[in-house]
Design a binder for this molecule. Structure first.
Ligand SMILES: CC(C)(COP(=O)(O)OP(=O)(O)OC[C@H]1O[C@@H](n2cnc3c(N)ncnc32)[C@H](O)[C@@H]1OP(=O)(O)O)[C@@H](O)C(=O)NCCC(=O)NCCS
Length: 240
């Protein structure tokens, strides 16, 4: 008999997210923009109580946001004991904007840990490994033996097929389809609705435009946009 393969059902992943939270730790959301709303709803759908939000702009004018206490700015939180808190990154990610990555690094180096978010409507296959602060949004599917690195987002309704390796600080935007055995390196943005065929590598820091079809490996720090349809002969039953 071979070694039993690792199994991580959606339920086990949800439980492991829950077990990240210490008895007396408070959960604080970083940011109060569009992505933060999605993160907050996903955490609440998991039954996780969020204790407050920090956002420098919001703190100037509001004391409550979406039934959360506005606790001040990032700088205020960074002055406190990191072991008293778990943070959820509410800052989204777009090409050329590195605020989400910067916040992750800044809070990690100050000793804070990040909560991972797995919306209960996702399907997570066996053997899936998720890093710290990963966010798997509503309706997404992650098939067996995929790995998703720290601070990466698999956004609404995106799918990763079997054995995909996703690096750190990656954003797989809403509705993206990634076929099996794809390697996506650190800092890549895959735009809304893009499709990627099996077995290719998307190099570090590359940007794939919304709706783009990727049929070959893409070098690091390059940008690929658009679809170029081409009509050829597909063969037919007489080839059998
Ligand atoms: C790829 C992308 C980053 C390009 O942005 P950009 O570098 O600012 O490019 P521009 O908007 O200046 O467009 C440059 C050219 O590329 C074309 N282009 C831009 N995005 C394209 C796309 N996805 N597919 C095909 N062509 C595209 C533009 O029409 C323009 O063509 P032109 O020179 O003939 O006028 C952007 O269009 C994109 O797709 N972003 C992803 C958005 C996303 O995933 N959002 C998720 C939110 S959760």
């Amino acid at each position: 008999m071979g070694k039993k393969p690792p199994v991580s059902t959606a339920l086990e992943i949800l439980l492991s997210v829950d077990s990240q939270i210490g008895d007396r730790q408070k959960i604080v959301l970083l940011g109060a923009g569009g992505h933060a709303k999605v993160v907050l709803d996903a955490l609440r759908a998991q039954g996780i109580r969020v204790d407050g939000v920090v956002d420098p702009e919001l703190a100037k004018t509001e004391s409550v946001w979406r039934a959360l206490s506005v606790l001040g700015s990032d700088a205020d939180l960074l002055k406190l004991d990191p072991t008293d808190f778990l943070v959820a990154n509410g800052v989204g990610s777009l090409p050329g904007n590195y605020l989400r990555q910067k916040l992750f690094k800044k809070f990690k180096s100050a000793g804070f840990n990040f909560l991972s978010v797995v919306h209960p409507s996702t399907f997570i296959g066996s053997g899936v490994v998720l890093g710290e602060g990963v966010q798997i949004m509503a309706g997404s599917i992650i098939q067996p033996d995929c790995q998703v690195g720290n601070n990466s987002i698999v956004n609404t309704g995106a799918t990763l097929d079997h054995d995909c390796m996703i690096g750190e600080d990656v954003h797989i935007a809403p509705g993206v389809t990634v076929s099996g055995n794809v390697l996506i390196e650190d800092g890549v943005h895959i735009g809304t609705g893009a499709s990627i065929i099996q077995g290719v590598t998307i190099g570090r820091g590359a940007v794939i435009g919304a709706g783009t079809v990727v049929i070959e490996s893409i070098p690091e720090y390059s940008k690929l946009m658009g679809i170029k349809p081409r009509l050829t002969n597909a063969g037919n039953e007489s080839d059998l």
